[in-house]
Design a protein around this ligand. Structure first.
Ligand SMILES: [Zn+2]
Length: 150
């Protein structure tokens, strides 16, 4: 049956409670300790926006290259990249390594989405492996025999 519950936030919301009367009472009591749906959603959105702006501030100095992919991939990957790089920047040992710079240089939106759940160390290892030798500027890719000649 439908019951109007006054939530902890002070808002009233209708809930359709099922089960035995004792179960409904229990559920109704529990609901009074929670926030209403709209307060819950607002709070969640605010938390996400806060996290996004924190991440943005943490990586503002990185001067990141634009991502490539479909519009949807880029939008998603932008958030993923920001949160992952912000987490790496916060790690004293990860923020300034070659692997970190490799990671920072990755512009493939799909790469970020595919690897979004990897642990930091795994993400860095993947980034180092993902950098194609062809992308390294010619002047840096000195063939071994030239090394020997000098
Ligand atoms: Zn509310």
């Amino acid at each position: 049956m439908e019951q109007r519950i006054t939530h902890a936030c002070g808002h009233e919301q209708a809930h359709y409670l099922t089960g035995f009367a004792s179960q409904q009472d229990h559920k109704a009591r529990w609901l009074t300790t929670t926030k209403c749906r709209s307060c819950f959603i607002t709070e969640k959105k605010t938390a996400l926006a806060d996290a996004a702006s924190r991440d943005g501030a943490a990586i503002a100095h990185l001067d990141l290259p634009p991502l490539t992919g479909s519009e949807r991939q880029v939008a998603w990957a932008t958030t993923v990249r920001a949160s992952r790089l912000a987490a790496l920047v916060a790690e004293p040992d990860a923020g300034n390594t070659d692997a970190f710079h490799a990671c920072r240089a990755i512009t493939d939106a799909k790469w970020w989405i595919d690897h979004r759940d990897l642990a930091n160390t795994d993400l860095l290892a993947k980034a180092e492996n993902s950098i194609c030798p062809a992308n390294i500027p010619a002047e840096l890719a000195i063939p071994a025999r030239l090394h020997q000649a000098t």
